[in-house]
Design a protein around this ligand. Structure first.
Ligand code: SAM
Length: 200
């Protein structure tokens, strides 16, 4: 494994209000778009400190948190005892490892732009989602590269909405839909965020 790109960010990660605000909007949009129930086992891909999964945890039975950053995983581990659903941490790079479990759905917030080879990861997600399971991915729309203060580990300046929908279709998913759900204010600019949903 390479360097932990989030090592210096993990401690203060949740202190930025615009960061918690976007994840709150993403969670609300997921809850509106996808029916969840207590029998479900979800994966949160790129779970970080758990901002997204803790906002849906009352609605499902189990969440597997997949994240490559030991520092972010350590923050999430601290939250485990208080979470209202079962939580399993899976500290792996999804570009390298295919989990054995099959999930009723995969949720993800602000992670795709950190994934170099998106077609490989989308095809992994297709493999690990059970038949008729769902995908709910949120990230930045195309931006000019000014969103991140550090470029390390940022492989995409957001996404062209039509192109990301196409990539998800090519990975095998159907009923691919995308909507703008939030805008992040930063340095006098607004950075729109989409939620893409699809079915296996
Ligand atoms: C910007 S953070 C978002 C964290 C959280 N989802 C949120 O919205 O607060 C992106 C996270 O994705 C993780 N990540 C990026 N690429 C990954 C990969 N290939 N496999 C697993 N985790 C990955 C990073 O370690 C990081 O914790």
């Amino acid at each position: 494994m390479g360097a932990d790109l989030f090592a210096h960010k993990a401690a203060g990660y949740e202190q930025e209000k615009r960061r918690t605000d976007v994840v709150t909007s993403i969670a609300e949009a997921i809850l509106e778009s996808v029916p969840l129930n207590q029998n479900m086992h979800l994966m949160d891909f790129g779970s970080g400190t758990g901002l997204l999964l803790e906002r849906v945890a009352t609605k499902v039975g189990k969440i597997t948190a997949v994240d490559i950053s030991p520092a972010m995983n350590a923050r999430l581990e601290e939250k485990k005892p208080a979470l209202p659903c079962e939580l399993e941490l899976m500290p792996v790079d999804l570009a390298e490892v295919i989990p054995q479990a099959r999930f009723d759905g995969v949720i993800s917030s602000m992670t795709l732009h950190h994934v170099e080879n998106l077609p490989v990861v989308l095809s992994r997600l297709y493999t690990v989602i059970a038949d008729k399971g769902f995908l709910a991915l949120a990230d930045l729309e195309l931006e000019d590269g000014s969103f991140h203060d550090e470029a390390d580990g940022v492989f995409h300046k957001g996404f062209d909405c039509r192109k990301i929908m196409k990539l998800v279709s090519v990975a095998g998913f159907k009923d691919v839909e995308l909507k703008r759900i939030h805008s992040i204010p930063k340095n006098g600019k607004d950075y729109p965020v989409f939620l893409l949903t699809a079915r296996k």
